[in-house]
Design a binder for this molecule. Structure first.
Ligand code: PLP
Length: 455
């Protein structure tokens, strides 16, 4: 093992620190702006929403941020998560490539999201917070924060996008089992929700609207803070535990990836696996290709604009420069609810602008096709979101076959699909359609971007 990795792990092989890519960037990302003054936000602006320890992590440029011992202690239940070589998939594809995957579905809620949920609950609890509001799309984040809240004695209220609330009763039941309260969004519990319902009582909801509701609750109640499951710097930081472990595990396997792949909704699991490798490359280590894979029906990185935008629909959040489809954009319904967000993490967007990562977009049918091939070879049924990463890994492996080249491919299998079997049932019944978004709506949403002069 290289010295730097040894330093980060102890005998339990769980990293002692998260890795902060801010320390190694060739240029800093543009600042986050206050929506009123258009000046960079300060810690006090964010204090109603987050505990100071997380606000500090949002802006720190320290390369290593220590993982608190109580958090590592909980990580021990499922970390280090396994890294597998997909030998049977390689055989099925008849590829000379070596395919490795890091499997995050072994966490209690079945995805990578508890890596940050546990950390966020810990810092909130340390700051004396007893109540957290949040949003969830497919329910993966809501159930992860509900789990973390249960461990730390924090009450959790989850605004769940209405379509998912109706379509995914078992995710809701999981949240309630952990003790969280789940409210379909838009709801009549907030001003933002009531404003939407007044215009359209049967509104299916969106992540942007659910974020508005959760932020509004936190901003208007002294006893409540807000938590976000992706996008923010501190969330991406917590997820680097994935890539740091993968680096050590790949070294044990005697390989180093030429290609690193992750699916992207808000960017956190991709950042988790890729950032430690990108940082190592920036410090003069081995170079690799990094591929962010997004849904063609919600393609922020490949079709969005790199511009300042709000994180939510009601415009309660600060402005961040990111690849965005516009905060009023409602993506069509498809079976990877966790990827239906209008924006992309500012750090992932910045890396895209710097030319350090690539992005591709896929429709859902080819993703499910790859997911089924993967399940039949490897036994694990991927989450619909993760199928996007599987598709890209399969395509890279097939390209290796065409070119007669052996490359090492590493992808992040961000979660299992056990709560998403309806999506597989629909796929087998031929009911999935490869929907495109409405071009006119996208143009309108982009035209509505806030105007911000070069900061
Ligand atoms: C939430 C989720 C995603 C998308 O979110 P990111 O922040 O982009 O990682 C991907 N896969 C799974 C399994 C998820 O639950």
């Amino acid at each position: 093992m290289t010295e730097s990795i040894k330093y980060l792990l102890d005998e339990s092989r769980i990293p002692k620190s998260w890795y902060n890519i801010m320390a190694d960037l060739p240029a800093p990302p543009p600042p986050v702006l206050h929506p009123g003054t258009l000046k960079p936000v300060g810690p006090d602006d964010l204090a109603p929403l987050f505990p100071m320890s997380l606000i500090a992590q949002e802006v720190t440029t320290e390369r290593e941020v220590e993982i608190p011992e109580p958090v590592r202690d909980i990580y021990r239940q499922w970390r280090p998560s396994p890294l597998y070589r997909a030998r049977r998939l390689e055989q099925v594809l008849q590829t000379p490539a070596k395919i490795y995957y890091k499997y995050e579905g072994v966490s209690p809620s079945g995805s990578h999201k508890p890596n940050t949920a546990v950390a966020q609950a810990f810092y909130n609890r340390e700051a004396g917070i007893r109540r957290i509001s949040t949003e969830t799309g497919a329910g993966q984040w809501g159930s992860s924060l509900a789990f973390a809240g249960a461990l730390f004695g924090i009450e959790v209220q989850v605004f769940m996008v209405r379509v998912s609330y109706d379509q995914k009763p078992y995710r809701r039941a999981l949240m309630e089992t952990y003790g969280a309260r789940c409210t379909p969004s838009p709801s009549d519990e907030t001003q933002s929700g009531r404003a939407i319902l007044a215009k359209r009582p049967d509104h299916p909801g969106s992540l942007g609207i659910a974020i508005s509701e959760a932020v509004e609750v936190a901003a208007s109640r002294d006893d409540t803070k807000y938590a976000l499951g992706s996008v923010l710097n501190h969330v991406l930081l917590h997820q680097t535990v994935i890539g740091l472990e993968a680096m050590a595990q790949m070294e044990m396997a005697g390989d180093a990836p030429d290609i690193v792949i992750g699916c992207t909704g808000g960017g956190s699991n991709f950042a988790g696996i890729a950032f430690p490798y990108i940082g190592a490359a920036l410090r003069g280590g081995k170079k690799a290709r990094f591929i962010a894979v997004e849904p063609a029906a919600c393609p922020s990185l490949t079709r969005g604009k790199y511009a300042y935008d709000f994180g939510d629909t009601a415009h309660l959040t600060p402005l961040a420069k990111m690849h965005t489809l516009g905060s009023t954009f409602t993506p069509p319904g498809f079976h990877a609810g966790g990827l239906r967000y209008h924006g992309m993490a500012p750090l992932v967007s910045h890396l895209k602008e710097l030319g350090l990562i690539d992005a591709v977009a896929y429709h859902q049918k080819p993703c499910f096709e790859a997911g089924v091939t993967f399940a039949r070879a490897e036994g694990i049924v991927p989450a619909p979101e993760s199928n996007h990463a599987v598709r890209a890994a399969v395509d890279e492996a097939l390209r290796c076959k065409e070119e007669g080249k052996s490359r090492v491919i590493l992808f992040n299998l961000s979660g299992h699909g056990h709560f998403d079997m309806q999506a597989y049932t629909d796929y087998f019944a031929g009911k999935l359609v490869d929907q495109s978004y409405d071009e006119a709506e996208l143009a309108m949403a982009l035209a509505g971007l806030p105007s911000v002069k070069a900061a």
